[in-house]
Ligand binder design. Structure first.
Ligand code: SF4
Length: 63
């Protein structure tokens, strides 16, 4: 699994960081940084949930 973020769409809500802080971080600039674009297998379920919950659909998955 690979996860990407469209920084033009991110509004810095922090929902993704709250779910998987090991993978997503919202910085002082108010946009997300993907800390680990290829999450560990045990993180994949939470990453899928974060992608689904992103209010602006800024996150995307690729195999
Ligand atoms: S949930 Fe979406 S809008 Fe919110 S910080 Fe994460 S990527 Fe940005």
């Amino acid at each position: 699994m690979r996860v990407t973020a469209d920084l033009e769409r991110c509004v810095g809500s922090g929902a993704c960081e709250a779910l998987v802080p090991e993978v997503f971080e919202v910085g002082d600039d108010g946009v997300v940084t993907v800390l680990r674009p290829e999450p560990a297998p045990e993180e994949e379920s939470d990453v899928r949930e974060a992608v689904a919950q992103c209010p602006t659909r800024a996150l995307a998955l690729a195999d």
